[in-house]
Unconditional design. Sequence first.
Length: 267
Amino acid sequence: MAEKQDVPTVTREEIAGALFELGLAPGDCVIVHASLKSFGHVRGGAEAVVDAVLDVVGPRGTAVFPTFTGGAPEDLAKPVEGRIFTGAVPRAARRRADFLKGRHPFYSICAKGPQARELVELCDRYIFSAGEYKFLDLMSRRGGKALLLGVGQNSNSSVHLVEEFGNLEYKVQDKPCWSLTVEEYLAMPLEEQHRLRRLNLGENLDYDTVYHFEALDDALKRARAIRFGKIGNAELRLMKIADVVRVGLDEVRRDPWFLRSKVQKSR
């Protein structure tokens, strides 16, 4: 198929070069949020993006891709593989035989590297993991990084650590459930599963919230804690998860609504 002339074409090698220049390094443990179409045209497609990340972190590094699944509690009997709705890049990673696949009913990940098994097992342990129960907190404490490829901070799942450790009112209503295991949840009556799921999603609140995690860009820039780049049409962002938490907590201590806006509940 002929390549479109009105969009840039990038290769696996060019993406890897851009990531290395951005600051991703051999041995890094990194969670990757990516939009394939944001690049323009990628020779080799989503697999090339996955390979580029692996080329940079190397065999001593660990690459993590979120493969979040959806659905109501009654859908949990369906195979996880049939409910993945994340984008082309994480789907490509999950299809690969060399990646370890998580089995979490809602928030699965897949990973490759020395830390893969520990991170996947921790992710699979708790049904609504948050704060210190989250695999992202473990990554943070070990110097892990968040890489955004063609997506902004609204896609950065590390930001939820700020909301959780900041005890923000719209995020902690289900705090007693953070240490609830998947097995304990699945053993509950369906009605109770529904109740806790609604609690986890904040549907019990008398208002809705709208993300504006993008506000973190300026805060991280002021703290010199984020690096920006570009490859094709895709804007790149790289930051340490610990810096996201540190800078984010400083902001929400000044303004608890720094990351979201409160809006009237839709009917």
